[in-house]
Design a binder for this molecule. Structure first.
Ligand SMILES: *Cc1c(COP(=O)(O)O)cnc(C)c1O
Length: 494
């Protein structure tokens, strides 16, 4: 059993009267609090513990959180690359960390200059004319994009467009975004080479087309070979091209989405540009677009002010509005700026070249045991299938759970939906060859276990803090507060 499970939960360690902090004796006259500030009922239900117990509890919890700083985390589509610690230092500089979002713009010139430069860098890297740093996540960037598409069409009196085209391989946020924006989602099929099926695309374009949401490289880890033609067709139907930039890590310094027909794109700064994913945030889903869409961008955006060398915030004339309080997740902008400045133009290109090389290395070393989804040179991630020849009753889920026993975070599984038993592996450029070789060796061992000792896989994980969880129940009926009775029930397996 794991050492993690040997300590009782913090509530069970509680003893009445124990305290973890001593306040100094009062050195000013005691003053009575005004009655409206006093509690009306007794403070109850908190555990009473020593400092040692509290520190152990929280440190233990922090170690349960599997992270890129402790293990390989080849989570396809999410680009879990190493987050350089230099960025943390930059984000903690008092001028940035202690800046108040309401302070006068004349006192925020350094922060505004950084935002202005980051807007410029992101625009340059992707071939777009304007950038807004507002959105807090890729999904929010998508929402911004589709609202901008709507605003653009309406501004031209083009009022009958109601359909957003989304490939069948797309990330779930794409159709969700289109639906949340009030549009109808029209699915477009993929062809046998993993590209958009051109005939299907043509049959679904119409005067009702708002636009198309496309990830390139796509969610099967492959470059859309006909991207220019796809864009041309969508534009010819009066639609706009939305680029889901989650896979930007494959093409930095190599291809610019703005030059192959995309009108709008989100960047996941917490994927491509090494700002931490955190526990669901804070992220940054900055967005870039063509000059034609720039007036509709969410704001505020930073521009040069009249006095040379100074900057100011402004709201684009026909902006869809704000998506986030103040200037978005500013600390993430500092980290992304630092990353871009540390690597420079050629460094960024090397990031993508190495990421693509690493994914292809892993693919070629595993594809004899784990069939590849589509047999093509992949981009920064390789989609394999957990269908091992000769293994009975083994699913991708079993393989993923077994990886946990080796201290490796499982890759993305069962996505994209069009690949049965998908295993989407993204080593990223920050994994060394030694680490990838270990991952490959472990995957090969798991493949032979699947044939020879399948029970090992079915029982996995055996050395993690928890065994297999009822993931559906955990998501649908989460227990977010400690409840002694509930915990006792769960421990007894009820
Ligand atoms: C991660 C991801 C998104 C959503 O981005 P968030 O920042 O998680 O909201 C959208 N599309 C793809 C392909 C992704 O991998």
């Amino acid at each position: 059993m794991s050492v993690y499970n040997s300590e009782p939960p913090i509530y069970e360690l509680s003893r009445t009267g124990k305290i973890g902090a001593n306040l100094p004796a009062l050195d000013v006259p005691a003053a009575a609090l005004p009655p409206h500030l006093l509690r009306e009922d007794e403070l109850a239900g908190f555990p009473e513990l020593s400092e040692t117990e509290v520190i152990r509890h929280f440190t233990r919890i922090s170690q349960r959180n599997v992270c890129i700083d402790t293990v390989m985390y080849p989570l396809g589509s999410c680009t879990m690359k190493y987050n350089p610690k230099l960025h943390e230092e930059a984000a903690r500089l008092p001028g940035f960390a202690a800046a108040h979002p309401m302070q006068d713009q004349s006192l925020s010139q350094g922060a505004l200059a950084l935002m202005y430069q980051l807007q410029h860098y992101l625009g340059e890297i992707s071939g777009f004319d304007a950038v807004s740093l507002q959105p807090a996540a890729g999904a929010q960037g998508e929402f911004a994009g589709i609202l901008v598409f709507r605003a653009y069409h309406l501004s031209r009196g083009d009022v009958d467009r109601t359909e957003v085209l989304v490939p069948d391989a797309a990330h779930g946020t794409n159709p969700a975004t289109a639906a949340m924006s009030g549009f109808k989602v029209i699915e477009v099929k993929s062809d046998a080479r993993g590209n958009v099926d051109m005939d299907d695309l043509k049959s679904k374009l119409s005067p009702r087309t708002v636009g198309m949401m496309l990830t390139n490289p796509n969610t099967v880890g492959l470059f859309e070979e006909q991207i220019v033609e796809v864009s041309r067709l969508v534009h010819a139907a009066g639609g706009l091209m939305y680029g889901d930039g989650a896979n930007f890590n494959a093409i930095l310094g190599i291809a610019k989405p703005g030059q192959v027909g995309f009108d709008f794109m989100h960047y996941n700064l917490h994927k491509t540009f090494t700002t931490p994913h955190g526990g669901g945030g804070p992220g940054s889903g900055a967005v870039g677009c063509t000059a034609a869409l720039a007036p509709f961008l969410p704001g505020p955006i930073v521009r040069e002010a009249e006095q040379a060398g100074t900057y100011e915030l402004f709201m684009p004339e026909q902006s869809i509005g704000r998506l986030k309080t103040f200037q978005g997740n500013f600390g993430m902008l500092v980290r992304a700026w630092t990353y871009i400045r540390t690597l420079g133009e050629y460094g960024l290109r090397e990031v993508s070249e190495t990421a693509v090389l690493n994914a292809n290395y892993v693919r070629t070393q595993l594809q004899d045991l784990y069939p590849v989804a589509i047999d093509r040179i992949c981009m920064h991630e390789a989609v394999l299938r957990g269908q091992i020849a000769g293994a009975q009753g083994i699913r991708t889920l079993d393989i993923a759970k077994r990886l946990i026993d080796f201290g490796i975070h499982p890759p993305t599984v069962y996505f994209p939906l069009i690949v049965p038993e998908a295993l989407m592996i993204e080593p990223t450029e920050t994994e060394s060859k030694v680490n990838m070789d270990r991952f490959i060796a472990v995957m090969r061992q798991i493949a032979s276990e699947a044939v020879e000792t399948p029970a090992v896989l079915h029982n996995a994980p055996t050395n993690a803090p928890v065994r297999r969880l009822d993931e559906v129940r955990a998501a649908r009926k989460p227990i977010l507060r400690y409840n002694a009775e509930k915990f006792a029930e769960l421990r007894r397996g009820e």
